[in-house]
Design a protein around this ligand. Sequence first.
Ligand code: IPE
Ligand code: IPE
Ligand code: MG
Length: 240
Amino acid sequence: MATKEIPKHIGIIMDGNGRWAKKRLLPRVLGHKQGAKALDNLLHSAKGLGVEHITVYAFSTENWKRAEEEVSGIMGILRDYINKYFREYADSDFRVDSVGDLSALSEDLQRDIEALKEASKDKKGIHLTIAMNYGGRDEITRAVKKIAQEVKNGNIDVNDINEDMISQNLDSAGTPDPELIIRTSGEFRTSNFLLWQSAYSEYYITDKLWPDFNIDDFKDAINSYMKRDRRFGGRNEVVK
Ligand code: IPE
Ligand code: IPE
Ligand code: MG
């Protein structure tokens, strides 16, 4: 039995900016710039489809391993993106949000992000979450520390710890798990994206490089999802 419903939450691993630039003999940073434009275009066209939450993977906890020049280029693009597009989104009907450990980012950028989150928290349009300095393992580790501290303080008992409590201590607390995760540029791996939340997510992998990904590709991914048979470990057949 196909799912048939539009996914409410879609996660996107925006991969392939470097390859996009390389194909054109351009510096990698220009690939990231084009990737930011692709995201803005997609978000404008995604309105009205019925998707309520979109989480995009912009920078992983592992991406610091890249050359200093590329890391600072990406940070500059992220800063421009937050200050221009995030501000525009928050001024229209988007609710903007973030996951990841922002403490590694510059203080003024952290302040800007927090202010935009606060200003847009009641907006009814798409809830857009940007994953910055995000790693699923890092997020789970930070959640475990928060819970351990509560146990230590005597506020909860070890036996009170359950899956729901862990979810509520993740950066994504309050957002439903993504039904669909899209990864561009053909890699079949999670690269540490939403590890806990994606336990039963459907994956859609396309060879398209992120800067080339557009609303038609997004709709293809949704259509593919809607044909899937999701079983969550159970059985959908009519039991006789
Ligand atoms: C994704 O593009 C963006 C980030 C990881 C920041 P890549 O830079 O990973 O592009 P490829 O995988 O090298 O093509
Ligand atoms: C995942 O892409 C991270 C982002 C898209 C931000 P990577 O390019 O960093 O992942 P790997 O290195 O191919 O696993
Ligand atoms: Mg990559």
